[in-house]
Design a protein around this ligand. Structure first.
Ligand code: SF4
Length: 713
């Protein structure tokens, strides 16, 4: 029998979870994925995987909850029925076209996802902006990294981190800001741990209101009051300026705006800043000294800075520190925003957001619009601003947007203020859901459900946190009647072209994702993210590559701005003075607790994949609300008690877990648990929809809440 056993087929691909972008080797036999292991040749992980990546084979095998056939319903009152692809696509396209004809192109919207591959994203963006003529396409990446995008553009002149993963091993001081990297980017964290073991003098500073597993490993944990990051960074900069630890020659040669920054930072004495942050002045000074005096300082930051009504300011205040000390554009130094999703970066590259155009072009730049319109062969692109995620669902609720196409994401779980989002989806005239899973919180609202292929079944590319583009490859055939996301988007685009632009030749005749990639590549030429020299053939031959990689380059560029020339027209980086601003929703007598949200080690987003494997619950078996033991004792709560957590917007019931990782006055809940586990949408029942005015990213990390014993029947 052994002799008869066939060898498994090996397919090189990329993990579908976080922005680390680990390379994987998929073993398959027939239509089954039988194993997944780390790809030793991939430069992100060199063969390592975390628990989520290591269990990909098991989670991929299950068809539980999968959407396998197109479904449609004739009225809101009737259940969806199985249908065929042509009927579903014709209906979806006709309803969208009708609404566009009656109410104009901005009456429809697309809400897509950082889980999509770059090729999927590209086609959706072209469909919305090039065929329908609306900039109403936004993504769940808006909830994750748009503050970083905005800050990079303002300070450095272009989106994208200046750093690379190798910098983790070369930094002498690592400053983690709002990042529980041990859980959210585990394989990178292992790289950092190895580097620290080799170079124990490397200093780790962790800024986090919780003593996370990342903070527990730090040389210095600054357990700041929630939302006080800008005061901290300004206080650190004050110390650096007045102690002569900045880099005057670098500031003079490569930056603009230092005098104005100095004026603002003057007020943030270390004593005052430390008081605002609820930490010791000596600790703030220690952090500034390590950051300023280290030969190479690297900051790693994530949702703790981004998911805030002042997320852009928090990013900018941190970048100010790097520019002032010349800690950028050198090995081991720079501000490094870590992306949450596997392809949030790819979405930025193709311009798949309401606030940007393809290849880092701007909607409000008439020249950029003309370039893209010419390239796509359409008369013009709309200059009207698109509607970013939170405003999109608000407009849907008010009836200004009448139809929405949701692809590969679960807004009825992940958006803030879920009552309002559910109301929006309930009021929408028409909802299309393109999804691999049929049992998400959002699926209940779909008039048309289009079953999509998912990881292991589809091909394309993704870009990880260090700007590295990797191939994702199909290892097994698509189950049921599922289809790739790019194919679905092209099919509806072709129908809408006929309905809305009949004189126009179809621009969606791609036979493969490779053809889409080639078109995307051509649009990047001459731009800061130029990948004119990159092709599927090169990725096959030379492995994953970082952008930029212009025509003729032998490989991608590891670091940016190494020559001190930034992407602003004059080549200078900009200091952006930022002032501390209070939380969007301060605590008060009625809502006295800071509710902090975050991730669990072994779960991913809304658990549509990880939530189906028992072994991934061993680390955190059930939802819970963490509270400091002193706060619990004062209120007479015991571990395991069911508590009602309420904000001004909504509530949910969770069992109590005692934790001294939090300061008194704060409680914590993980963001993953959803309707399948709770019977409600999860912690976003309580979160608020206030957004950053520059990046439009909502304050998902914090809300003021009340906690009381649950009064259960
Ligand atoms: Fe996947 Fe991220 Fe884990 Fe790597 S670190 S295996 S990309 S979840």
């Amino acid at each position: 029998a052994d002799a008869e056993r066939t060898q498994p087929t090996l397919t090189r691909s990329t993990c579908c979870y976080c922005g680390v972008g680990c390379g994987v080797l998929i073993e398959s036999e027939g239509d089954r994925i039988t194993g997944v292991r780390g790809d030793p040749s991939h430069p992100a992980n060199f063969g390592r995987l975390c628990t989520k990546g290591l269990t990909l084979a098991q989670t991929a095998q299950s068809l539980t909850g999968r959407a396998l056939y197109p479904e449609m319903r004739l009225s809101r009152e009737s259940p969806r029925q199985r249908t065929d692809w042509d009927s579903a696509l014709d209906t979806a396209a006709e309803r969208f076209a009708d609404i566009v004809r009656q109410h104009g192109p901005d009456a429809v919207a697309f809400y897509v996802s950082g889980q999509l591959l770059t090729e999927d994203y590209y086609v959706f963006n072209k469909l919305a902006k090039g065929v329908i003529g609306t900039n109403n396409i936004d993504t769940n990446s808006r909830l994750c990294m748009s503050s970083s995008v905005t800050a990079y553009k303002q300070a450095l002149g272009a989106d994208g981190p200046p750093t690379c993963y190798e910098d983790l091993e070369l930094a002498d001081c690592v400053l983690f800001a709002g990042s529980n990297m041990a859980y959210a980017h585990p394989v990178l964290f292992r790289r950092l741990e190895d580097a620290k073991a080799r170079r124990p003098a490397t200093r780790w500073i962790v800024i986090d209101p919780r003593r996370t597993d990342t903070a527990a490993m730090a040389d210095l944990h600054l357990q700041i009051t929630p939302g006080s990051d800008v005061a901290l960074f300004n206080g650190m900069l004050h110390h650096l300026i007045w102690e002569g630890l900045t880099a005057p020659a670098y500031i003079a040669a490569h930056t603009d705006g230092f005098a104005a920054l100095k004026q603002v930072v003057r007020d943030y004495t270390p004593r005052l800043a430390a008081e605002m942050c609820g930490i010791l002045e000596a600790d703030l000074i220690q952090a500034a000294e390590w950051f300023g005096r280290s030969p190479a300082s690297l900051s790693l930051y994530c949702m703790g800075l981004n998911q805030s009504a002042h997320g852009t300011d928090k990013n900018l205040a941190l970048i100010n520190l790097h520019l002032a000390c010349g800690q950028i554009g050198r090995p081991g130094a720079g501000p490094f925003s870590l992306t949450g999703q596997p392809n949030a970066m790819g979405g930025r590259e193709v311009g798949g957001m309401a606030t940007m155009l393809a290849a880092h072009r701007d909607i409000d730049n008439a020249g950029h619009r003309a370039e893209v319109a010419h390239f796509w062969g359409v008369p013009a692109l709309s200059g009207r601003p698109g509607t970013p995620a939170v405003a999109m669902f608000d407009a849907l609720r008010r009836g200004e947007i009448k139809a929405i196409w949701i692809a590969c994401t679960n807004p009825a779980h992940s958006m803030p203020d879920l009552n309002s989002v559910r109301e929006a989806l309930g009021k929408a005239e028409f909802v299309v859901l393109q999804e691999a899973f049929a049992d998400t919180d959002t699926a209940a609202y779909a008039d048309v459900l289009l079953p999509a292929t998912t990881w292991g079944e589809k091909s394309g590319t993704v870009t990880n946190s260090e700007r590295r583009i990797s191939r994702v490859r199909e290892a097994v055939p698509a189950p049921g009647e599922t289809r790739p996301d790019w194919w679905i988007a092209c099919e509806v685009a072709r129908r809408l072209e006929v309905l809305l632009r009949p004189a126009q030749l179809s621009r969606f005749g791609y036979a493969t994702p490779e053809a889409i990639f080639a078109e995307h590549r051509a649009l990047t030429e001459g731009r800061d993210l130029d990948i004119g020299g990159l092709s599927y053939a090169m990725l096959e031959r030379a492995g994953p590559q970082q952008w930029p990689l212009p025509a003729g380059a032998a490989q991608g560029q590891a670091r940016r701005y190494t020559d001190g020339v930034f992407a602003h027209a004059d080549g200078l980086a900009r200091f952006k003075p930022t002032a501390f601003q209070p939380l969007a929703e301060p605590t008060n007598a009625r809502y006295p607790f800071h509710l902090l949200t975050g991730r669990l080690r072994d779960q991913w987003h809304g658990m549509s994949r990880t939530g189906r494997l028992p072994q991934l619950f061993e680390h955190a078996p059930e939802p819970s609300l963490s509270m400091h033991p002193l706060d619990a004792e004062r209120r007479g709560f015991k571990a395991g008690d069911l508590l009602k957590v309420s904000s001004k917007r909504g509530q949910l019931v969770l069992p109590l877990q005692l934790s001294d990782e939090l300061s008194s006055g704060s409680v914590f809940a993980a963001m993953h648990w959803n309707g399948r586990f709770l019977g409600s949408g999860g912690i976003n029942e309580t979160s608020l929809a206030t957004v950053d005015r520059q990046s439009f990213q909502p304050e998902l990390k914090h809300a003021a809440v009340r906690v009381e014993a649950a009064d259960l029947p």
